[in-house]
Design a protein around this ligand. Structure first.
Ligand code: ZN
Length: 75
Protein backbone atom coordinates (compact mmCIF):
# COMPACT_ATOMS: atom_id res chain seq x y z
CA UNK A 1 0.00 0.00 0.00
CA UNK A 2 2.96 2.30 0.49
CA UNK A 3 3.30 2.89 -3.24
CA UNK A 4 -0.40 3.31 -3.93
CA UNK A 5 -2.06 6.67 -4.17
CA UNK A 6 -5.83 6.47 -4.42
CA UNK A 7 -8.10 9.38 -5.02
CA UNK A 8 -11.83 9.51 -5.67
CA UNK A 9 -12.94 11.36 -8.77
CA UNK A 10 -16.43 12.07 -10.00
CA UNK A 11 -17.66 12.07 -13.57
CA UNK A 12 -20.92 12.98 -15.25
CA UNK A 13 -22.21 10.97 -18.18
CA UNK A 14 -22.40 13.26 -21.25
CA UNK A 15 -25.31 11.22 -22.58
CA UNK A 16 -27.79 11.11 -19.70
CA UNK A 17 -26.21 13.18 -16.95
CA UNK A 18 -25.76 10.29 -14.52
CA UNK A 19 -23.05 10.91 -11.96
CA UNK A 20 -20.39 8.32 -11.24
CA UNK A 21 -17.56 8.11 -8.77
CA UNK A 22 -14.41 6.11 -9.43
CA UNK A 23 -11.20 5.43 -7.60
CA UNK A 24 -8.08 6.61 -9.40
CA UNK A 25 -4.93 4.66 -8.73
CA UNK A 26 -1.48 5.86 -9.78
CA UNK A 27 0.73 3.32 -11.53
CA UNK A 28 4.32 3.19 -12.64
CA UNK A 29 3.27 1.63 -15.96
CA UNK A 30 0.80 3.09 -18.47
CA UNK A 31 -2.79 1.87 -18.46
CA UNK A 32 -5.71 2.69 -20.66
CA UNK A 33 -9.38 1.93 -20.54
CA UNK A 34 -12.83 3.39 -20.53
CA UNK A 35 -16.02 3.24 -18.54
CA UNK A 36 -19.42 3.11 -20.20
CA UNK A 37 -22.62 4.33 -18.64
CA UNK A 38 -24.82 1.50 -17.39
CA UNK A 39 -27.93 3.45 -18.34
CA UNK A 40 -27.27 4.85 -21.84
CA UNK A 41 -24.04 2.98 -22.74
CA UNK A 42 -22.29 6.28 -23.48
CA UNK A 43 -18.61 6.62 -22.67
CA UNK A 44 -18.42 8.43 -19.36
CA UNK A 45 -14.65 8.58 -19.24
CA UNK A 46 -11.70 7.14 -21.11
CA UNK A 47 -8.15 7.34 -19.88
CA UNK A 48 -4.62 6.60 -20.97
CA UNK A 49 -1.56 7.18 -18.85
CA UNK A 50 0.13 6.13 -15.70
CA UNK A 51 -3.07 5.72 -13.78
CA UNK A 52 -6.12 3.52 -13.73
CA UNK A 53 -9.72 3.89 -12.64
CA UNK A 54 -11.68 1.21 -10.86
CA UNK A 55 -14.58 0.78 -8.47
CA UNK A 56 -17.07 2.69 -10.60
CA UNK A 57 -20.34 3.35 -8.83
CA UNK A 58 -23.35 5.51 -9.55
CA UNK A 59 -23.84 8.62 -7.43
CA UNK A 60 -27.39 9.80 -6.97
CA UNK A 61 -26.73 13.39 -6.11
CA UNK A 62 -29.78 14.70 -7.94
CA UNK A 63 -32.65 12.26 -7.28
CA UNK A 64 -35.28 14.60 -8.67
CA UNK A 65 -33.62 14.91 -12.07
CA UNK A 66 -32.87 11.21 -12.07
CA UNK A 67 -36.54 10.43 -11.50
CA UNK A 68 -37.68 12.72 -14.29
CA UNK A 69 -35.34 11.10 -16.77
CA UNK A 70 -36.51 7.64 -15.85
CA UNK A 71 -40.12 8.80 -16.19
CA UNK A 72 -39.42 9.69 -19.80
CA UNK A 73 -37.63 6.49 -20.75
CA UNK A 74 -40.85 4.51 -21.08
CA UNK A 75 -42.11 6.78 -23.83
ZN1 ZN B 1 -25.46 7.76 -19.47
Amino acid sequence: MANSIWTIEEFTCPGCGMNYAATREEHAEPHSGQFKCSICSGVVHSWSGKHHFFGWSAVKTKPTVFGRRWAGVGW
